[in-house]
Design a binder for this molecule. Structure first.
Ligand SMILES: C[S@@+](CC[C@H](N)C(=O)[O-])C[C@H]1O[C@@H](n2cnc3c(N)ncnc32)[C@H](O)[C@@H]1O
Length: 214
């Protein structure tokens, strides 16, 4: 992968993994995924209860680093429109196929990056599961700034997150580069979010719920 950008290298790696991705996940991944889905569902259900969608055509959920659509497809019935973005065409292809097989017409999957989501228009809730750690810490901060600029009322982030620093490096940072919970909390609050829930799955995995300060 010499000469490739980091993002292109991740895209190529996930293209190669796409066929087996859905069968290769750990119990910790599933726990994190379920927490992201539950928190996002609860936030979407607040609509109508004193909370209004940003667009007249209803609520939009944007799922970044959507992969094969685990979060996006689980929440298809909860928002009027669900938009999935990823850098890997192989993963997106799987996500589209699953949407077709399930007859879900309100979800669309296209190329987009954390720092260039390629989505115009109002977004109510942003989700991301197990993907932001592919950026380095400065990139994560930039991505959080990009998400905040979309002005969602909440961002639900599940990821590899260090709640305690490991004694030995647990990952190759060119592939997986988790931030500490402190770094993410700073980046989220600096971008104008308030942390309303922190869920630790393990010392290295968790979910942060960030809501826009009113
Ligand atoms: C471990 S998968 C997680 C997929 C899905 N969110 C899930 O929970 O199953 C990580 C995904 O992040 C994507 N990704 C990596 N870097 C990205 C970037 N800069 N912008 C958007 N997606 C990215 C990869 O292509 C991959 O599909």
């Amino acid at each position: 992968m010499a000469g490739m950008s980091d993002v292109d290298a991740h895209a190529e790696r996930f293209d190669a993994k796409a066929a087996d991705y859905d069968d290769s996940n750990s119990p910790e991944y599933r726990a994190c995924l379920e927490l992201v889905i539950d928190h996002a569902r609860e936030l979407l259900r607040r609509s109508g209860d004193g909370v209004t969608a940003r667009s007249d055509s209803g609520e939009v959920l944007l799922d970044l680093g959507t992969g094969t659509g685990a979060v996006a497809l689980a929440l298809a019935g909860e928002a009027d429109r669900v938009v999935g973005r990823d850098v890997s065409e192989g993963m997106l292809e799987r996500a589209r196929r699953k949407a077709d097989e399930r007859g879900v017409g309100t979800v669309s999957f296209d190329t987009g990056r954390f720092r260039e989501p390629a989505y115009e228009g109002p977004v109510d809730v942003v989700t991301s599961n197990y993907a932001l750690h592919h950026l380095d810490d400065a990139g994560k901060r930039e991505a959080i700034g990009t998400i905040a600029a979309l002005e969602p009322r909440a961002f639900v982030l599940g990821d590899l997150i260090y709640f305690a620093e490991p004694d030995e490096p647990a990952h190759d940072p060119s592939v997986d580069d988790p931030a500490t919970v402190g770094h993410l909390a700073d980046a989220l609050t600096d971008a104008g979010f308030v942390l309303t829930a922190v869920e630790r799955v393990t010392d290295g995995i968790g979910v942060l719920v960030a809501e826009r300060a009113r």
